[in-house]
Design a binder for this molecule. Structure first.
Ligand code: GLU
Length: 551
């Protein structure tokens, strides 16, 4: 069989060869050890935490080694395409600090930058065809004219005999078709798909080192997989191999759902005579189900926190989300962060081998804890600016209020900030607004009850407090007065005295101060009460005490 002739019949218009593309896309000129990574989304619209998780791995791996992280659009399946999906993806990832060095930058190919494009696969048809033509010339690919019905019938037949499904061996009807036969089909106007001619032996295993999972041993692929579809565009398998080779990707980070097709990819790289990139198969994000207490995959339907828009809407600081993702991306990040609380995360050495290979646990509570730590290190001004930006998008009324009362907000955000042990109660914008709501009369509510120990004395405590309150008292003078009221009414001056002799006292000074705290803030737990009142001013304090007396 003259494979050259067959290749020429099939791809007469293709004049370039893979060797030409080797020249067009030369090896990148990068420092030793630099990694080239990519994100390769299909433009399907929904952007989720898993995308960000993978993109962060790509970005860190490239940018901690002076490498390149590029964005390639896998749009070979136009049925799944959602218009406008790519700019949204770029914006959303950008919001979380992921910036690509090369590739797609906007709506379409005209936006792309870099020397290794096109970056939209739908524009790379000629490159794929040149590679398929080369495989045909080598006798490693062939045209297949089987109809869908024929393939379906084979599948059913295989099923009934409990055989492996697919087109391989004797089922690969056109594997050895003659040139005459091929011509006959072409002349009849039939358009073939192109299949890879597999020489794999299922009893043989090959080994490959996965960047995350270490050494893998898998059986060889036997299927004659489709590499070029009728529309002239490649399947994922072939596009991945061609693009990651010619775009000079060094590390392919992708979901574990691709692990099972690795034997196909390895075979295709071999057939083209190309080196493999380092495959890094990551894991899906899991959580503990609230109802069952069992581990399960995050689900689009059940878990709003899977969508990245959730974090924007709630007003999470992008830095907090990123910081948390780092802790689940690399097993020793948390330890590093404790040792280097103020270091730039660029100083952390990111490695795929420190990534999880067995289901990464995502925990919203843990994210909130990380967020508290991140926000505790911010200035009041930074918190204000971020929350204002959030409010402008999601709560206009709040935004107007924030702009009109900037000084007030800055004072509020500054409570217990700085110093050795800053308070850690701010988590995300929506929560922050709720957290500070007691500073505003129209939002004030009693969230907690008055302490049981003081129920009989509420009015007296409030009256005495109001009479004694003087905003010019400093914190200790203020507390001394509160103590005096407590003692006068039969409460212990110190909690430990009350604990020792509970029968001698009605309660202790902490209970009395809680009465004031609930009156002022509506809560039994709040930042420093003296400071809060200083910020509120005497009139508001008086209003709150009166309100509590009437309640
Ligand atoms: N387009 C593929 C996906 O979205 C990319 C997989 C890969 O990164 O190679 O799953």
């Amino acid at each position: 069989m003259d494979y050259k002739e067959l290749a020429q019949i099939l791809f007469p218009e293709i004049t370039k060869t893979p060797a030409d593309y080797e020249q067009i896309f030369p090896k990148r000129n990068l420092p030793e050890g630099a990694r080239v990574t990519r994100m390769a989304p299909s433009p399907t619209g929904f952007i989720h935490l898993g995308n960000l998780y993978g993109a962060m791995a790509d970005e860190r791996m490239a940018h901690t080694t002076n490498g390149v992280c590029y964005l390639r659009i896998e749009d070979t399946d136009d049925k799944r395409e959602v218009e406008g999906a790519i700019p949204v993806l770029i914006d959303t990832l950008g919001y979380f600090g992921i910036k690509f060095d090369e590739g797609a930058m906007g709506e379409d190919e005209t936006s792309a930058i870099g020397d290794y494009g096109p970056y939209w696969q739908s524009h790379r048809s000629e490159i794929y065809k040149a590679c398929v033509k080369y495989l045909v010339e080598q006798g490693k690919a062939y045209p297949c004219f089987m109809s869908e019905e024929e393939i379906e019938a084979i599948r059913k037949d295989q099923e009934s005999r409990k055989e492996n499904p697919g087109i391989y061996g004797k089922y690969a009807k056109y594997r050895d078709a003659s040139i005459e036969e091929v011509k006959k089909h072409l002349d009849a106007g039939e358009v073939p798909v192109m299949r890879f001619r597999s020489e794999g032996d299922p009893s043989k295993y090959f080994e490959v080192i996965d960047g995350i999972r270490g050494k893998l041993s898998m059986p060889e692929n036997v299927q004659d997989v489709v590499i070029l579809k009728q529309i002239g565009l490649p399947t994922y398998h072939f596009a991945h191999v061609v693009d990651d080779h010619f775009m000079r990707t060094t590390h392919v980070v992708r979901g574990e759902e691709w692990l099972s097709s690795l034997p196909i990819h390895v075979q295709l790289f071999d057939a083209m005579g190309w080196e493999y990139p380092v495959f890094c198969h990551n894991t899906v994000l899991m959580k503990i189900d609230e109802e069952t207490g069992q581990k399960r995959k995050l689900s689009k339907r059940k878990d709003p926190e899977l969508g990245l828009s959730y974090y924007k809407q709630m007003g999470y600081f992008p830095e907090a989300v990123r910081e948390y993702l780092m802790t689940i991306l690399n097993s020793d990040y948390e330890e590093w962060r404790i040792a280097n609380p103020y270091a730039d995360y660029n100083e952390f050495e990111f490695s795929p081998s420190k990534m999880s290979n067995s289901g990464t646990m995502f925990d919203l509570n843990k994210l909130n804890d990380v967020s508290k730590d991140v926000l505790a290190k911010k200035s009041a001004e930074e918190i204000y600016d971020f929350c204002l930006g959030w409010a402008k998008e999601y709560n206009e009324e709040k935004a107007a209020n924030m702009m009109a009362n900037k000084d007030l907000y800055l004072k509020i955000f500054d409570i217990d900030r700085g110093g050795e042990k800053p308070r850690k109660d701010l988590v995300y914008a929506e929560q922050i607004m709720k957290f500070i709501s007691y500073f505003f009369d129209d939002e004030f509510v009693y969230e907690n009850e008055m302490p049981e120990e003081c129920k009989a004395d509420l009015k007296t405590i409030l009256e005495k407090y109001k009479a004694s309150y003087d905003p010019s008292d400093d914190n200790s003078a203020w507390f001394a007065k509160l103590k005096a009221i407590a003692v006068e009414l039969g409460y212990a001056e110190k909690p430990k005295d009350y604990k020792k002799n509970p029968d001698q006292f009605k309660g202790h000074v902490g209970h009395v101060s809680t009465v004031i705290r609930v009156a002022i803030t509506g809560r039994t737990n709040s930042p420093d009460l003296w400071t809060i009142q200083q910020i509120m001013g005497q009139e508001m304090v008086a209003r709150r005490i009166d309100k509590a007396m009437n309640a």
